[in-house]
Ligand binder design. Structure first.
Ligand SMILES: C[S@@+](CC[C@H](N)C(=O)[O-])C[C@H]1O[C@@H](n2cnc3c(N)ncnc32)[C@H](O)[C@@H]1O
Length: 221
């Protein structure tokens, strides 16, 4: 790595945009995500997020990407995860498309990015994570997995995206709860975190609440 050191914390206006955005990530985890993104962006490769929702965490990846002159890519079908559907704790009726009768977080996401002044730093991919991963060809500096929380979805996110993390790049997983007492939609993120470590391809470098940051330290096995 060369050149000026990347800032490890977001500027106040970026943090304010993050706090104003709809979403679930608390500020302290956001700061840990930003620090990881800033470090990974120095590799000069894109940063990929799986699970855009309304763009709260995307703001942080996009700002870290902008500082390093790389792009952030965020993937979501924008129809919501299981726990965000009507009748579940994480449902928000404001993000239902009344004409279609299904969730659509894309308009809110676009407003979030516009308000943060980050539209030009983000490539938004509307699609299912495994299908996007299957056509993805470029090594990435960071993959942030924050998509569906069932075993089916979390496993597919891990299997589809972890192979794209470049040597020295970071795999960041959200909602890792080792203790079943803390689980709210299951422990699938914890299970893919364990898989990543047990594969021998990734080494944990930091943990902040439910956010785990792993570095690629070897080839996929
Ligand atoms: C927990 S939210 C993401 C929160 C966001 N990262 C934030 O911090 O504000 C999970 C998102 O993953 C998306 N999602 C779930 N399964 C998916 C899949 N298989 N492919 C694409 N997106 C998916 C949902 O639509 C939802 O918007």
């Amino acid at each position: 790595m060369s050149g000026p050191t990347a800032p490890s914390a977001p500027k106040p206006e970026i943090l304010a945009a993050f706090e104003a955005a709809k979403g679930f990530m608390p500020v302290d985890e956001g700061l840990a995500l930003y620090a990881a993104a800033a470090e990974a962006a120095a590799l000069g490769l894109p940063l990929v997020e799986v699970g855009t929702y309304c763009g709260r965490s995307t703001i942080l990846l996009a700002d870290a990407a902008r500082e390093a002159g790389v792009m952030a890519v965020t993937v979501d079908h924008h129809r919501g995860s299981e726990e965000q559907q009507p009748g579940w704790d994480y449902h928000d009726p404001d993000v239902v498309d009344p004409e279609v009768g299904r969730m659509d977080t894309l308009p809110t996401f676009r407003r979030t990015l516009h308000a943060a002044g980050l539209e030009d730093q983000v490539i938004a991919v509307v699609g299912r994570s495994p299908q996007v991963a299957a056509v993805w060809q470029t090594p990435v500096g960071l993959v942030f997995i924050d998509g569906g929380h069932t075993d089916e979805h979390a496993s597919a996110d891990y299997e589809g995206w972890a192979p794209h993390v470049a040597p020295g790049g970071l795999l960041v997983i959200h909602d890792v709860f080792p203790d079943p007492v803390d689980e709210w939609t299951g422990q699938a993120p914890y299970r893919i975190y364990r898989r990543a470590l047990e594969s021998g391809a990734f080494t944990e470098i930091s943990a902040h609440r439910s956010l785990r940051v792993l570095r690629r330290s070897g080839p996929d096995t």
